[in-house]
Design a protein. Structure first.
Length: 646
């Protein structure tokens, strides 16, 4: 019998856990040394069938949703934190494959600018490809493989129309024109033969790459597919080639094409099979069964029972896999990236956020993601493991106690915010189980009980059903000379009073830079706020169809006799862009009136409600932009600085 002291026993346990972790990581690394192959109508990882249920992450290669109220463009490259968060979320969900969006192409007149991978034929953006290097490196560490489409049929991230446009030709010339095909092959060659700056391997030798998709939702010809798939195979015999012709069922020539390894179809309520996807999916599988692997590359914008039917059909019938549309990850600036699906999503569905939040209750976000996790493990023949405690978040710099944000933790369902008057404590809880998925591109938490002229330190911990993380870094000292009242405009509860013509808007959030809650004012309408002390200054963040709209502001000491205040108006409009964005306008000013505790914001009678030029043809469902243009002004956030006297 071996005896241990308490300290030596603890050391033994730590060593054992360390060894187990190392062996676990080595096992995963060993798996990631292999490429996925195909045999008949099955995918294989070594000699074992390889099947997956997971998600699409459209922002993983380039972000199109980095909104800020005054920002000029929502496009930027994801950083390492964001890439880690995205792929860690998928790992926790049991996902083995992630489908990215496309290798982006410069589009003249787009707010993308040069935040694209392909700047011109044969000219590539090194910053974008270094980002892709990091995505591949992190995917390898997380044990997740990437399905990467080479281009897009549509112009959103640049694709078929742009390649053709480089030669002043129509988009359909992409399939037959030798110059355009040569340009596209240059992109393929550049990608496949690129040397990863982090791993030192050529992409063709990266096991984290699941396969190359010829394109996203393309309508390719048989001859083009044969030529391009053969070219990909010639450059890279290691990886799968995925046929990107996915919107019109499965043609016999797709099944017979010798240079492709996987056929996929995409399914949404407007597509094959309408709202019931399963018959169309079963038809696609029947066309490929016994001949070539088949998977669902995208599906979504439907209810939870329908999603379950898709997953169960894929698992039962032996299909290769299914990928839900879509997941967005945490932002480096706090909270998540947001994306309302204004087209096929019916201006109702938004991108999912792991592990699901109350803010996504309308489309059953939490249940959908729990179901996806359950089925991701089921298709592998595994029981879902216990949920892991989240890693510590990172508290961001704090300018004011009313405006606190942090970089979130993958898998966290909420956060506890603590405050102390000294950096080492003692700490008190000022925010319990705070969601970082309630506000879009705004501070996540406000300390409403902070006292003026006192300094504080803050820290935050993440929590979920498995427990609470360790605390974040400490930020401070933070002080305030005045209190700040904040209304995120989710309802009318923060108002002292309002007139008729004031409604809460939550639809068409894409047009308001994803701000999901606004107070819409019709001409002549007003809202009044009351603070707990004399007002010093105020700011109103609003959106309007035209950037010359005016807002009338007045203050009062007793709430009856109002005196006008001067309002400074700044428009941050950069045009309507691809989605028909409304103009972001900041109204702000001071309140010189002594003792004023009431502020009234009014839209003048006869306010112009005509949509701005170009609004009616904006992207999205019919009349989406026009419906928002019916409101001359939508207030998305109000900040009022005041002295706390009562």
């Amino acid at each position: 019998m071996v005896c241990f002291s308490r300290s030596s026993f603890s050391a033994f346990i730590v060593a054992a856990v360390t060894v187990a972790t190392v062996w676990c990581n080595l096992g995963r690394a060993e798996e990631m040394r292999r490429f996925i192959t195909r045999s008949g109508d099955q995918l294989k990882d070594g000699d074992k069938p390889y099947r997956f249920i997971s998600v699409n992450i459209p922002n993983l290669l380039v972000i199109e949703d980095a909104f800020s109220f005054a920002g000029k463009s929502p496009w930027r490259w994801p950083d390492e934190f964001e890439i880690e968060d995205a792929l860690e979320s998928v790992r926790q969900m049991g996902g083995q494959v992630v489908r990215t969006y496309v290798i982006s192409v410069f589009r003249e007149g787009s707010d993308m600018g040069k935040t694209v991978h392909v700047l011109a034929p044969g000219e590539f953006n090194e910053e974008g490809f270094k980002t892709l290097d990091k995505v591949v490196e992190v995917a390898n560490r997380k044990g997740i493989r990437l399905m990467i489409p080479f281009f897009d049929r549509a112009p959103w991230m640049g694709g078929q129309p742009q390649y053709a446009g480089f030669h002043d030709k129509k988009a359909d010339a992409f399939w037959t024109d030798p110059e355009i095909i040569t340009d596209f092959k240059q992109t393929i060659e550049h990608v496949i033969n690129r040397k990863n700056t982090y791993t030192g391997r050529l992409y063709r030798d990266e096991p984290a790459i699941f396969g190359w998709e010829t394109g996203n939702e393309i309508e390719a010809t048989q001859d083009w597919t044969h030529e391009i798939a053969a070219y990909i195979k010639h450059l890279d015999p290691n990886h799968l080639v995925v046929d990107g012709r996915s919107l019109k069922g499965v043609s016999q020539w797709q099944v017979d094409e010798p240079n492709t390894d996987l056929v996929t179809t995409h399914h949404y309520p407007h597509g094959p099979g309408s709202a019931d996807f399963v018959p169309a999916i079963e038809a696609g599988y029947a066309a490929t069964k016994g001949k070539k692997p088949y998977a669902i590359g995208e599906f979504g914008f439907t209810d939870t029972p329908q999603i379950k039917r898709v997953y169960d059909t894929v698992i039962r019938d032996g299909m290769a896999g299914a990928l839900l549309w879509s997941l967005r990850f945490h932002s480096r600036d706090g909270g998540f990236y947001w994306h309302m699906e204004v087209g096929a999503g019916g201006n109702f569905y938004k991108a999912y956020h792991w592990p699901g939040f109350t803010s996504g209750a309308a489309y059953d976000e939490r249940a959908v993601l729990e179901l996806t996790r359950e089925k991701a493990f089921e298709i592998q023949g595994r029981q879902p493991p216990e949920i892991e405690r989240p890693a510590p978040p990172k508290l961001l710099p704090i300018e004011h106690p009313a405006m606190i944000s942090w970089q979130g933790s993958a898998g966290a369902s909420g956060y506890d915010v603590e405050r102390a008057e000294k950096a080492d404590g003692s700490w008190s809880l000022v925010g319990k189980d705070v969601s970082d998925a309630d506000a879009q591109y705004r501070p996540l938490f406000g300390d409403s009980v902070a006292e003026p002229n006192k300094s504080y330190y803050y820290r935050v911990a993440a929590r979920n059903s498995a427990g609470r993380s360790q605390f974040s870094n400490v930020v401070g000292p933070v002080s305030e000379t005045a209190r700040i009242f904040v209304d995120e405009c989710r309802d009318l509860k923060s108002l002292h009073e309002s007139t008729s013509g004031v409604t809460v808007r939550t639809t068409n959030a894409r047009l308001t830079k994803e701000d999901g809650d606004r107070l819409a004012l019709s001409a002549g309408a007003s809202v009044t706020y009351r603070t707990e002390g004399p007002v010093h200054a105020w700011r109103v963040y609003a959106f309007a169809p035209k950037d010359d709209v005016e807002l009338t502001v007045a203050s009062s000491a007793e709430g009856k006799n109002f005196q006008p205040l001067k309002a400074e108006r700044t428009s941050y409009s950069t045009g309507h862009g691809d989605y028909g964005y409304l103009a972001p306008i900041l109204f702000q000013g001071t309140c010189p009136a002594e003792g004023a505790e009431y502020l009234r914001f009014s839209l003048p009678e006869g306010g112009n409600s005509e949509p701005a030029a170009g609004q009616k043809s904006a992207a999205g469902p019919p009349n989406a932009a026009a419906s928002e243009s019916a409101f001359p002004l939508q207030i998305s956030r109000v900040e009022i600085e005041f002295d706390a006297t009562r």
